[in-house]
Design a binder for this molecule. Structure first.
Ligand SMILES: NC(=O)c1ccc[n+]([C@@H]2O[C@H](COP(=O)([O-])OP(=O)(O)OC[C@H]3O[C@@H](n4cnc5c(N)ncnc54)[C@H](OP(=O)(O)O)[C@@H]3O)[C@@H](O)[C@H]2O)c1
Length: 248
């Protein structure tokens, strides 16, 4: 049984979807959690599900990654809650689908700022707390849409560009971390079906056959695999699937 006893993880976008799956999974492996997101009520609901399955009660911090002031306040709040952070899961990012009509300023700024500006500022803001860890790991959830020469498929151009930038951010951090104890891990998911550990879809996800879509479970397990490698390796994992994958 993998365990993260004694570790503290900060998860962004933890109120639903993949972020919630990370919360429930890491908590079940003994990790203490700080759940971040835009809606406190969603974070508290996930927090209650973590404690219902026997995990340590998570702390919650409001965070809008598209707003630099909110990121600064969240970093200060996290520092007040935890003396050290071992794992940061950069999961939060705004989705924006392709469509014919023009995108609003708020949509374009939101999608780019959440994936790139806010993600970077949060890394920078909590880096001193991660310095206190013996084994600090930053996991960034990119996308196959962020890979060079990826097909646009149904994603908007701003989302495509934002995810490319987020992938570059994780790769830049990896270079920046050479010679330090930090690792930058990058997981690039395909289009996903939700799977949450306390729901039946989690067990179903493990039984999928070739040709079916990827799920949140595939992404969480890829990240846990990367986190539990010996510290001399920092992994990038493209989670591909025939349906909703890079070449579909
Ligand atoms: N689902 C997929 O098919 C898929 C495929 C490739 C990559 N990904 C990536 O996986 C990650 C998780 O996505 P998901 O699968 O859970 O679906 P999603 O619908 O893309 O959810 C995005 C997550 O990011 C949060 N978020 C959005 N804007 C934010 C902001 N400004 N500040 C803080 N949090 C914000 C959302 O929280 P709110 O509740 O506040 O909106 C939500 O938790 C994202 O980085 C996404 O790009 C997902």
């Amino acid at each position: 049984m993998l365990n993260f006893n004694g570790k503290t993880a900060v998860i962004t976008g933890a109120g639903r979807g993949l972020g919630a799956a990370f919360a429930l999974s890491l908590a079940s492996m003994g990790c203490a959690l700080i759940l971040c997101g835009r809606r406190e009520a969603d974070l508290l609901a996930i927090s209650a599900r973590v404690t219902a399955q026997g995990g340590m009660a998570p702390k919650v911090v409001e965070l809008d990654l598209a707003d630099a002031v909110s990121v600064e306040q969240a970093a200060a709040r996290i520092a007040a809650l935890a003396p050290k952070v071992d794992i940061l899961i950069n999961n939060g990012a705004m989705w924006l689908e392709s469509r014919d009509m023009p995108y609003s300023d708020a949509e374009v700024l939101g999608v780019v700022n959440a994936a790139i500006t806010g993600t970077f500022l949060l890394v920078q803001g909590i880096r001193p707390l991660m310095q206190a860890s013996d084994a600090p790991d930053i996991v960034t959830i990119g996308s196959i849409s962020g890979l060079p020469n990826a097909a646009l498929q149904s994603v908007s151009v701003p989302f495509y560009a934002a995810k490319r930038g987020q992938v570059a951010l994780a790769e830049g951090l990896r270079q920046d971390f050479i010679g330090s104890k930090f690792r930058s891990i990058l997981i690039n998911p395909p289009y996903l079906d939700d799977a949450i550990p306390d729901q039946p879809d989690w067990a179903e996800a493990a039984l999928r056959d070739k040709g079916q879509r990827g799920t949140g479970r595939d992404v969480v397990e890829a990240a846990v695999f990367a986190l539990t490698r010996p510290r001399h390796v920092s992994l990038t994992i493209d989670v591909d699937a025939d349906e909703g994958g890079l070449f579909s």
